[in-house]
Design a protein around this ligand. Structure first.
Ligand code: SF4
Length: 368
């Protein structure tokens, strides 16, 4: 029931109600505690004054812990990257991206990553472990408190609000599916943060069995799939996981993903000079996605790649986009955010000197 060492964060409303019953309290106190933790973000039991004094005493034996800040960096474009330390010393990063009308937080679901995408700096860390729901939620709670942000659903306009969440930081969310699903339930609960699933995007390389489970989950987020190639031959080289789940199997799972009105699956395509950015690639991409409600985010490769890959030149990026949009496939060139502090997509690799491990192994064999 309660997580190890009595951690309360990461428990659902039902689990908190059951905990109260275990303690000889009325179950509705679980709902009250839930509101205190997630709606009012009160992390000190003493401040939960709607609970009885005796219950507050009992709560003092539990842990309500947020990750500890190791380093905060602000980029020229306002993007902020947080290096956070977990209780066991593992380090993770999350990134707050302010835009004119929205504030997006990109969070991590694993410490490091066991996959080995050749264009990604996080891959160089190797894999530490999965994050539990308290650690995934802890990133959000930390940044909300640090920046004094509201959540959009509470917005009275008096202070800026967090409007969007992306599970696109360190790690592959679908390799940590149970913890991610539980986190989504807590995020979307109207009695807590009340974050609409339409404002949450999960980004994956496309692990087909887990993708099918996500499609059946109680809370179904927006789906973004990192594709970045139009042939299995190229994708095998860029993303070794493709040998396990080739492009056509991923696209079939995407076709079955439940979409609401006006919703589309996003395909992320990192453009690399001379690797996957030809006119033929663009035309193949149109064909591959022809039967899907989809859009494409084109991301020029960010600098710092250790595998000798280079970003496509701007004219190639534009030409690629024109071929897609000319054939009625919505395509957008994503402006890299926070590049100067290595906060952009595929750049999260912990600040220099904070590497938790340096070996990199492909763990395809460990992935079901
Ligand atoms: S792109 Fe995502 S899945 Fe691939 S190595 Fe990087 S963090 Fe892992």
């Amino acid at each position: 029931m309660a997580a190890s060492r009595g951690e309360l964060l990461g428990l659902t409303a039902d689990e908190l109600a059951a905990l109260m019953v275990d303690w000889g309290e009325k179950p509705y106190h679980g709902r009250q505690l839930y509101g205190a933790l997630y709606r009012r973000r009160q992390l000190d039991p003493e401040s939960m004054t709607e609970l009885s004094r005796s219950l507050r005493r009992k709560l003092e034996s539990c842990v309500i812990s947020l990750p500890r800040l190791q380093k905060r960096q602000r980029a020229a474009d306002g993007t902020e990257k947080y290096l956070l330390e977990l209780a066991d010393g593992e380090k993770i990063e999350c990134v707050l991206i302010p835009e004119r009308k929205r504030n997006t937080l990109c969070i991590s679901t694993q410490a490091g990553c066991p996959l080995d995408c050749r264009f990604c700096l996080t891959a160089m860390l190797g894999f530490g472990r999965n994050l539990n729901p308290a650690e995934i939620l802890g990133q959000i709670l930390y940044v909300l408190a640090d920046r004094n942000l509201a959540i959009y659903s509470e917005g009275d306009g008096s202070r800026p609000a967090l409007t969007n969440l992306v599970l696109m930081g360190m790690g592959e969310p679908l390799l940590n599916l149970d913890n991610v699903l539980k986190t989504l339930i807590i995020l979307a609960d109207p009695g807590g943060m009340a974050f609409s699933p339409r404002r949450i995007t999960l980004s994956t390389v496309g692990l087909v069995p887990q993708l099918r489970k996500l499609a059946q989950a109680p809370v179904v987020p927006n789906l973004a799939v990192s594709l970045s190639a139009t042939t299995d031959e190229v994708r095998d080289r860029l993303m070794p996981i493709n040998r396990r789940y080739p492009i056509d199997t991923i696209l079939r799972a995407c076709a079955d993903y439940p979409l609401k009105r006006n919703q589309r699956v996003t395909f992320e395509y990192v453009l690399m000079d001379g690797v996957n950015d030809s006119d033929d690639d663009a035309r193949r991409l149109v064909k591959l996605l022809a039967r899907l409600r989809s859009k494409v985010n084109l991301l020029p490769l960010n600098p710092g790649n250790a595998n000798g890959l280079r970003p496509s030149p701007p004219e190639r990026v534009n030409r690629f986009r024109e071929i897609l949009t000319g054939r009625s496939l919505p395509a957008y060139v994503r402006k890299p955010r926070g590049m100067d502090i290595y906060a952009a997509c595929g750049q999260l690799h912990l600040a220099a000197g904070h590497h938790s491990r340096t070996t990199r192994t492909s763990r395809l064999d460990a992935i079901s």
